[in-house]
Design a protein around this ligand. Sequence first.
Ligand SMILES: Nc1ncnc2c1ncn2[C@@H]1O[C@H](COP(=O)(O)OP(=O)(O)OP(=O)(O)O)[C@@H](O)[C@H]1O
Ligand SMILES: [Mg+2]
Length: 476
Amino acid sequence: MNRFITAVVAVVVAVFLLGFGLFGAPSGMESVAVLGRALWTILIIGAVLVVAVAPLRRRMLGRSRLLGRLFAPRLARADAAALSPHELKALGVLRRPEAWGMAAALTRETVDRKGQRVRLWPALAGVELTPLGPAARFANPPGVTAGDWDVARVSSAVGFHVEISPAGASSVLVTARTRDPFKGAAKSSGGSLAAGIPCGVQEDGSPLLASFANQSGAVVGGVPGSGKSAGATSIIAQLCADPAAQFVVIDGKGGSDWSWVAPRAALLNTDDENLEAVKAQLLAVTSLMRWRLQTQKERRGTSNFWHAGATAEEGFVLVVVDECQSFFDPKEHMTKAAKELSQEIAALTVNLVKKGRSAGIFVMSITQKPTSDSIPSALSANCGVKWACRVETRAAEESILGARPDGTPDSASPTLIPETRPGGVTVKRGGEWVRARFSYTPEAEAAAIAERYASLRIPFEQLTARQPVFTEGDDV
Ligand SMILES: Nc1ncnc2c1ncn2[C@@H]1O[C@H](COP(=O)(O)OP(=O)(O)OP(=O)(O)O)[C@@H](O)[C@H]1O
Ligand SMILES: [Mg+2]
């Protein structure tokens, strides 16, 4: 009761002071008016601080349910307008952790200063619209860590499927999975050899880039029909317009997947049985590489191709070996001679990948049979670009991408790419696995592009004849 009377007296005094400060005090009480104005100043500064500083606002206004709700973080107006009714509802649920936090086992009981038991909830710290759907960021209550956020448990507590990712030291981002970020993957354009060629979309909605500068090799694996050749097609179709790019395509399928590129490719070899020819072609590329490495300092003033850049005269050479298991894997062959040839071909490819970077030569090895025989470990170890389309086993996943880096969510595994998403791919970028989808260029469109830029083609013999001919006995 005492406390109540004190509060009432304080409020009455404050109201009088504020009144005098605003309307002036009777004569003889001017100093009270000054006090009143001082109180106004303090109140105004306090209000500005509470409105402008988010953590302060949460602390002050969060004590009242009504004010807390009123001032809780909300979406930018344009983002809010872009939400479907279903997404609005999902965001509404996410914004009220008090409705689901307990079921998700994310609250903790503690005793406050007055000795009373209180429950601590995740605190809503922000909301945003991501390419996957609307999301809410929560600060963990004391005693809760990022590891306590269980996707299945939170999904069942909120009533829809969510994704959870750490967002800073003690907060997490909970996203309502309402959107397919890969829908926009159909087309890619722009980019350059130096900056990277956009070839799809990553799960955060940003473009997936094929980076060739200062790189020398890519391994691409995935089950038949998972979109490996289509991904490579859309990259090369974009590069066709660049006079500084030349292509050597060796197709171990022996079919017509790559016939579209014939008018623009320096070489298209679709004979999957003539291993001697493939070896000779890789020897010719090796020879070009050696000549560039030995002479470019003198000719171009730099020992790194990429410092001088790719030009029409000295172009970037992209070698594609599709269905590379047909050439690299000795088990694919019956005779001893063929087995030996396939080992030589694999060794030549490894050598190109090891030394090709500073000569502007890049080898993309594509396989539907990702094993250590199809992708020798020396090849995979030297390839900076690793793309795994849909695979069926963890072993296949590992032979393309290597072991999963710590903290990689299961959802990033290429074994979980749905069959209904051809071109879906997990990309190894630094120590991270990122989900993406290749863009798609239908074959007829790619063929028209190759035809349009046919005049930029340099025939293979001419491309590789700019240097002394490499002989087999030479040390590569
Ligand atoms: N990014 C994509 N978007 C939409 N459809 C795609 C995409 N990529 C591939 N497809 C579809 O999937 C089909 C198979 O793709 P692709 O030929 O690239 O498979 P692959 O992995 O190379 O198979 P294989 O190992 O048998 O050669 C394509 O013909 C096309 O219809
Ligand atoms: Mg293919």
